[in-house]
Design a protein around this ligand. Structure first.
Ligand SMILES: NC(=O)c1ccc[n+]([C@@H]2O[C@H](COP(=O)([O-])OP(=O)(O)OC[C@H]3O[C@@H](n4cnc5c(N)ncnc54)[C@H](OP(=O)(O)O)[C@@H]3O)[C@@H](O)[C@H]2O)c1
Length: 312
């Protein structure tokens, strides 16, 4: 099968090159996915699982992109809840070969039927971003209706889902973003918007917060801690604080995990038009490198970059 993988030459480790590699076979509990589209996280090329194996050895030739839409091409032993040809979306393990390839493997429990109302490119933007927002708000932030929630980076790939999900759940949503994105995030449900790059956001928060969800990094979380009501929660998804010795910062960090039931709940919200996703640009497979290292033309300005792996 054709795949885009990291160059093996040490001189260009973050360049993607097209290669022909053997198609994988599904093992027990796994599904072979014929990939339609893959969501792009630009920083992924430098992440530990991209450059290392689970055992800690150097990894070369990794195929990136761990969220995708596609159809079921084959199922492994013990998989009974998917049929061949069924449209699905989901994610796979960071250490596995990703979805910039005609086929990829995923655990059946890490995928779900694709939303009926989305194109394959739209569906590929959802799994990692929406699951991250969902898990951050409900499982790390213990979100309740009426909570005051501050979302840093509310117009970003994860942030736009966090704003919508918190709003849907009855929270009072305050989001930081660039002023050019204020109208966009207000439309998604933000009650208050604050310039993330200009004035001190702290000066605009006048009552204690229940949850701070940081998608930007830097000092945003540290500066937010004094604003949180005692006993409530700070959440961050950036690894900027990994070395922090502050237990509140350390406990705030989490990494998204695949979850079929949550994907199904998210798909239901999308199909009932309660939750929206956005495609920044669709990049052809042959130009996947551009999606990671350059700036594709015709960007819409919101949402994720997507690589079209199969011809629609
Ligand atoms: N831990 C996990 O499981 C997990 C999962 C998914 C993503 N991530 C990580 O989380 C981060 C966010 O992901 P994403 O997909 O939402 O990224 P994204 O789409 O690039 O959004 C990030 C947002 O941050 C804002 N921003 C960027 N640089 C800024 C700066 N210097 N000052 C103020 N605001 C700034 C931008 O807002 P404006 O455009 O409005 O300025 C942007 O919309 C990334 O680092 C990603 O790798 C982690």
């Amino acid at each position: 099968m054709k795949a885009m993988r990291l160059a093996e030459a040490a001189s260009s480790p973050t360049t993607l090159v097209e290669a022909s590699i053997p198609a994988p076979q599904p093992g027990p509990g796994e599904v072979l996915v014929r990939v339609s589209a893959a969501g792009v996280i630009r920083t992924e090329l430098n992440w530990y699982p991209t450059t290392h194996t689970k055992a800690g050895a150097t990894r070369t030739g990794a195929v990136p992109a761990h969220e995708f839409s596609g159809t079921v091409a084959a199922v492994g032993e013990g998989v009974h809840d998917f049929t061949i040809g069924q449209p699905i979306f989901g994610m796979n393990d960071w250490f596995q070969q990703g979805a910039l390839a005609e086929y990829c493997l995923a655990l059946a429990t890490s995928i779900a039927p694709a939303p009926l109302t989305l194109t394959p490119a739209e569906a590929a933007t959802v799994p990692i971003s929406a699951l991250t927002a969902w898990q951050g708000l409900f499982y790390r932030g213990h979100l309740h209706p009426g909570d005051r929630v501050l979302i840093h980076g509310g117009a970003g790939g994860v942030g736009l889902f966090a704003v919508q999900i918190a709003h849907l759940h009855g929270a009072h949503v305050i989001a930081t973003a660039s002023p050019a994105n204020f109208d966009f995030i207000r439309q998604l449900g933000a009650d208050e918007v604050i310039d993330s790059r200009g004035a001190r956001f702290e000066d605009f928060i006048h009552q204690p917060l229940d949850i701070v969800f940081d998608t930007i990094g830097g000092d945003m979380l540290l500066r937010s801690l004094p604003l949180i009501r005692p006993g409530r929660f700070a959440v961050t998804i950036t690894s900027d604080h990994e070395a922090s010795t502050d237990p509140r910062i350390h406990e705030a960090f989490f990494i998204v995990e695949p979850n079929q039931r949550q994907l199904m709940e998210i798909a239901a919200l999308i199909d009932t038009h309660k939750l929206r996703t956005f495609v920044d640009a669709v990049v052809p497979f042959a130009e996947a490198n551009l999606a990671y290292t350059g700036s594709p033309a015709k960007r819409l300005g919101h949402g994720k970059l997507v690589v079209a792996v199969a011809q629609p």
